[in-house]
Design a protein. Structure first.
Length: 86
């Protein structure tokens, strides 16, 4: 009976060692490519708040995109452009 318990214990320990060695070699699928999936953030030129591309209000000037936190900041930016143009 003792021999059976010792054999089972040795088999379990061997199994755990093999599983730990095998898990160290495989890259985790959850961590693979996380840096590419992260949302880009942009600084609002009016208030300085950082917004993600998904949440931003996008305005264009000379073919270039500008990201704003709200329509109010976009309107302020347009007003500033109108004042500097005249």
């Amino acid at each position: 009976m003792i021999r059976l318990i010792i054999w089972l214990l040795l088999i379990y320990i061997g199994y755990r060692i093999v599983m730990n060695l095998g898990s160290g070699k495989k890259p985790s699928a959850a961590n693979h490519g996380n840096t590419m999936d992260a949302a880009m953030t942009y600084r609002d030129p009016v208030c300085g708040m950082y917004v993600s591309e998904d949440d931003a209000v996008i305005g264009r000037l000379d073919g270039q995109r500008h990201y704003f936190c709200s329509m109010a900041c976009l309107e302020k930016y347009r007003e500033q452009l109108d004042h500097t143009a005249t």
